[in-house]
Design a protein around this ligand. Sequence first.
Ligand SMILES: Nc1ncnc2c1ncn2[C@@H]1O[C@H](COP(=O)(O)OP(=O)(O)OP(=O)(O)O)[C@@H](O)[C@H]1O
Length: 297
Amino acid sequence: MRLEHVGRRHGLRGPWVLREVSLTLPAAALVRVVGTNGSGKSTLLRLLAGVDAPTEGRVGGRPARTAYVPERFPAALPFTAVDYLVHLGRVQGLGRAAARARAGEWLERFGAGEHAGTELAALSKGTSQKVAVAQALLADPALLVLDEAWTGLDTGARAELDTAVRERLAEGATVVFVDHDPRRLEGEALVVYGVGEGRVREQTPPVAAAAGLPVAGPEPTVPRVSVTPAGPALPVRITVSGGRSLPSRLPGNPTTAPGPDGTTLLTVDAAHSDALLGALLAASWHVHHLGTEGVRV
Ligand SMILES: Nc1ncnc2c1ncn2[C@@H]1O[C@H](COP(=O)(O)OP(=O)(O)OP(=O)(O)O)[C@@H](O)[C@H]1O
């Protein structure tokens, strides 16, 4: 995956948060993003995850199976924990039974199995964060982007997330993360990107340098394995409400149409449905229904 001359600013005349960022994200690597508060770490992660689009430049080669845990999880969605995970699993290409099984497994792994039937709005902050993390692990992402994903988790769940990251790496995925704890996954981060003054610079982590390990991988070879069943994927329909205008520059350029009861119906090709849903959730839009042609999930 590659960023070429990427810049991002908010509003027509807002200050540039990032400018002239060109980098090749190494394959099968753990990438830590560091920088001071407000330097643009989350902005970089959103661009990598595809839930935000650059103002200038281009992002190419993002794996089809990309998953993202935002810094703030919009918990006020009208689903139980397990139903929410099944919805997202379906959007990520899993069959209903597989999505339900994976949802249950991840909730158990994070010690939240007893809350499977609880409405998201009624979950504690920590349990809600477990759901946020579980949704990103459902479909074995080839690119996993974690923005302070450990924050709010209890000790057991933090360790479980460490394990899940190692599992993804062992399967050849790239994991990009920001975390306030400088010792998070210490000794394992082979690549460190420093964000500051609008730029992103690769730093040489002491561990990698001391061990003589490479600090950057070759050209991107992240596997583009689709979990969507064989055959052409049907367009995905997402019914949302938010009481305001939709975020601009939504992934996949969805078509929009009025839905029932003041909702908006978005239709997007399946390849962009994960990114679109992620962008809507990150912008705190309410998701009412997800489905493909004639199939409401
Ligand atoms: N939607 C937005 N509208 C306007 N400005 C924004 C928006 N999102 C981020 N910014 C600004 O962009 C800059 C970078 O924000 P970002 O959240 O990427 O930084 P960060 O390094 O992740 O910060 P922190 O460590 O505090 O989480 C900040 O000045 C922030 O105020």
